[in-house]
Design a protein around this ligand. Structure first.
Ligand SMILES: Cc1cc2nc3c(=O)[nH]c(=O)nc-3n(C[C@H](O)[C@H](O)[C@H](O)COP(=O)(O)OP(=O)(O)OC[C@H]3O[C@@H](n4cnc5c(N)ncnc54)[C@H](O)[C@@H]3O)c2cc1C
Length: 396
């Protein structure tokens, strides 16, 4: 029996889910090509950036495919040849396919604002998280005092989560570095008139109140204009800081514009009701123009949806149409507190936090059996520092 060669590009939420669903069916020959040999569990990267365990957010792709028949390849897809049905990587490798699934995620966008690419920090990858943490530690070692201001740009979930966790983390770092506690200023800057501009107004109200209670200063309706090594200019006014974390902008992966895909006004790839952009080319998750694109749950659902349809097709059945699922929004802000909403449902506080923990466990189970998912989930508890001073302090 000739197998259908499915090439999946992107080892994130959508791509890995699609690979796991397809590899159980021996009519498919599945290859997963990704530029990173790790899977990034983005929802807890902010936690890894504020003292949590790295292993909670960064998981080797091989973990998911240890006993599965998926060929894992590391490489960066650059060129699609529609006629030859191949993807070429920047390393010069050529991969054939019968069916192509693209789930490449988004990339950071600085909107051309001067200085940001050079001086700001990010928390979108293991490397960015390490760089950010090394900076926090180094500053305490060099100056024996914290920065004047820690500025987070972006009032979406990532910025809010980081702003909620940073005060406690900085307190802990000052203690472990033997520095007398001082009040630190944490500023959260958002260009829209309120936090979470895409969510209903009441969501912003609750989250703003919580952040203010944690001592975070909110600058809404304020626009970042430029950054230097020690200053951020926000709506004409300078904020002195060596620590600016940019969480504000993402844009679709350039692979799609580079390879002539049809993009919508939102910059997402236009697809049909089967998430098919072109004949036998499917697009998932953050890349696709679906109503809830931009959320991990959407990418997981998309991965499963496309895999199910491919299985239907190979068994001679017709495709099912895509139906967008109402997502949960669960945003942790500080210790044991989270805001959870879905449609008109709202809860926050410790109950929200329990929901968030449950959501993480369920999310890990999307990729692993319950026992392994439970083990992965447990890495959420406990801390990890690579700084020698902190390790000594923790060990004392
Ligand atoms: C910091 C942060 C926190 C988040 N928190 C939440 C949250 O709490 N809840 C939630 O629902 N969503 C959250 N999100 C959004 C969520 O993570 C994304 O919606 C989700 O990851 C999208 O899945 P995806 O498969 O489309 O892309 P991704 O998961 O981003 O996967 C894309 C993969 O493609 C690889 N890749 C990229 N380009 C290439 C290339 N050219 N060749 C080969 N491989 C390539 C990447 O390395 C990556 O492995 C967060 C995002 C970030 C950045």
């Amino acid at each position: 029996m000739k197998k259908e060669r499915v090439l999946i590009v992107g080892g994130g939420f959508g791509g890995v889910k699609a690979a796991l669903e397809l590899c159980d069916d021996n009519r498919f020959d599945v290859t997963l090509l990704s530029d990173d040999h790790n899977f990034r569990y983005y929802p807890t990267l902010y936690h890894a950036a504020t003292g949590g365990k790295r292993a909670n957010a960064i998981i080797p792709l091989a973990t998911f495919f240890a006993k599965r028949s998926v060929t894992l390849v590391t490489g960066t897809a650059t060129t699609l040849d529609r006629k030859a049905k191949t993807i070429t990587t920047s390393q010069g490798e050529v991969h054939d396919y019968d069916t192509l699934i693209l789930a490449l995620g988004v990339v950071t966008n600085y909107f051309g604002i001067p200085g940001l690419a050079e001086f700001s920090y990010g928390i979108k990858s293991a490397e960015q998280v390490e760089r950010f943490k090394a900076h926090l530690h180094q500053q305490l070692v060099d100056d024996h005092k914290p920065d004047l201001n820690y500025v987070i740009v972006g009032g979406g979930p990532t910025g809010i989560e980081l702003a909620g966790a940073l005060p406690q983390y900085l307190k802990q770092l000052m203690r472990s570095h033997g520095i007398q506690h001082r009040q630190v200023h944490i500023d959260l800057v958002e260009a829209a008139p309120r936090l979470m501009p895409k969510a209903p107004r009441d969501v912003a109200r609750v989250l703003s109140r919580r952040l203010r209670r944690l001592g975070v200063r909110l600058h809404v309706g304020k626009v970042v204009q430029g950054q230097t090594a020690n200053r951020l200019t926000v709506s004409g006014k300078p904020i002195q800081s060596h620590t600016v974390i940019w969480t504000a902008g993402v844009t679709n992966n350039p692979f799609f514009s580079d390879n002539g895909f049809v993009l919508t006004k939102r910059g997402k790839v236009a697809t049909d009701i089967y998430l098919q952009a072109e004949d036998n080319i499917f697009v998932l998750g953050d890349n696709a123009n679906t109503p809830h694109s931009g959320l991990a749950q959407t990418a997981v659902t998309d991965g499963k949806f496309v895999a199910d349809n491919l299985k239907r097709r190979i068994h001679g059945r017709s495709y099912k149409s895509y139906a967008a699922e109402e997502p949960w929004n669960v945003i942790p802000v500080g210790k044991h507190w989270a805001f959870a909403s879905r449609g008109s449902f709202r809860t926050y506080g410790i109950l929200g936090w329990f929901l968030r923990e449950a959501a993480d466990l369920v999310a890990f189970h999307d990729y692993e059996p319950w026992q392994a998912a439970g083990k992965q989930w447990l890495t959420e508890f406990g801390s990890e520092e690579s700084c020698q001073i902190c390790q000594t302090a923790i060990g004392e």
